[in-house]
Design a protein around this ligand. Structure first.
Ligand SMILES: [Cu+2]
Length: 221
């Protein structure tokens, strides 16, 4: 088995970097709790119940309520911090509108000349069920705003390597903030059960240096 495939994607944005660090940090706390509780349970099974006449101990109960509360706040506060950070979007350089259809994605770039194209699954490809005919180019190291909506039913647009996942809802615009910091092709799949071909509407984003992105914009059509 390839153990590398069991881990998270390498991050491609600062937010995802923080999400991975938060995951590792939470796992550290969880394993500490798990081992402490397991140790205590084994001790409980093995002991002779020598203090079985004790009915209450106010101070002990206060302390063993307070400690878990403190530990939980060490998880809750960084988690909330990250949650609000993911929603933050200042001065986006470009906006891309993503429309879900049964069963393909449409991308619209309206900041420059109006660019619009569909992105369909490639029936035969190296990465099965992941590659598309028209990939989505986005510029490296730029603040990008992604707007998602849907033409028919609920879809969900996702790029796990960038910590992105947003519902595409008919009659509603949802917003995503993206700051890609690594070039490459990044893959995702529709993440809302949207009909028979739900599994066949993948997402491919190509992060390219800005000069190539400008050239692509200029030479479209
Ligand atoms: Cu879908």
């Amino acid at each position: 088995m390839d153990w590398l495939k069991m881990s998270l994607y390498d991050s491609a944005s600062p937010i995802m970097e923080q999400l991975i660090m938060f995951h590792d940090y939470s796992m550290l706390i969880i394993s500490t709790i798990l081992s402490t509780v397991s140790f205590l349970m084994i001790k409980m099974i093995k002991n002779k119940f020598a203090s079985n006449m004790i009915l209450e101990n106010q101070l002990m109960e206060f302390v063993w309520t307070l400690i878990p509360t403190a530990i939980l706040s060490f998880i809750a506060l960084p988690s909330l911090h990250l949650l609000y950070l993911m929603d933050e979007l200042f001065n986006p350089l470009i906006t891309v509108k993503i429309l879900g259809h049964q069963w393909y994605w449409t991308y619209e770039y309206n900041d420059f000349n109006s660019i619009e194209f569909d992105s369909y699954l490639l029936p035969q490809s190296t990465f099965r069920l992941l590659e598309v005919d028209n990939t989505t180019p986005l510029p490296l190291n730029c603040q990008i705003r992604l707007i998602t909506s849907s033409y028919d039913v609920l879809h969900s647009w996702t790029i796990p390597a960038m910590g992105l996942k947003m519902d595409a809802t008919p009659g509603r615009l949802n917003q995503l903030s993206l700051y890609p910091n690594r070039t490459g092709s990044f893959y995702g799949q529709c993440s809302e059960i949207c009909g028979t071909n739900h599994s066949f509407m993948p997402i491919v984003v190509d992060i390219i240096p800005i000069k190539y992105f400008i050239a692509w914009i200029k030479n479209f059509n």
